[in-house]
Design a protein around this ligand. Sequence first.
Ligand SMILES: [Zn+2]
Length: 235
Amino acid sequence: MNQTLQALLSLQDTDRQIYRVRAELQRLPEELKARHTKLSDMVTLAHRCRAASQHLRSQVKEIEDSVTVQRIRQRKLEKECNSEGVDAALLAAYQHEIRTVKYTVSDAEDEGLALLAQADEKQSQAEEVEATVIAERPDFDALSEAVRTEMTEAGARLEALDAQRTSLQSDTIPDAQLTLYKGLLERRQGEALAELDELVCQCCFVKIPRNLYVRLARGVDLVQCPSCTRILYTR
Ligand SMILES: [Zn+2]
């Protein structure tokens, strides 16, 4: 195999690892951020449920106050009915009003009970979400700690790989070939070389013409896959 190709293969090994470490350095904080967002969304939801529950309870309180007023009115009317000098017509009018007050009280009590049930539901929803947040907090703290450690380790690995890369990128690779390799590395997500097996590129699985294989076997110059443009090599 030609010497340049050999040197590029070693470089590719290191670059593959570099791409992997870089991907990890990007993925880890994203993963942590996603978990953090999930937790803070739950905290917001719990706050909203608590606020809704309190609002419903204050509505219930208003209804209870109006019911108290209506009951006082009812008792006053009942007293009027029993007072002296009330004729039949006035008595009928009082009784009609008492019935109206009773209906109003009954409707208000029904509404109050329905609102109270809603308030209880919102409160238990808030308590449930808060319990989940509390339960998940230690996991999140552990993940934060693990991510911090992994980031430090990955950073050190990347530094070592970068140093290794610099030493590999020796004079054995001419500038033009190195530029071609670097361009491919960038465009092909860290895989600039492709193995050729039985005339088939092992990266894009396209069959190459035999004359290209002959050129590759001669080992004079670098041969690129006509389909994915990666630099081809054989084992
Ligand atoms: Zn290919």
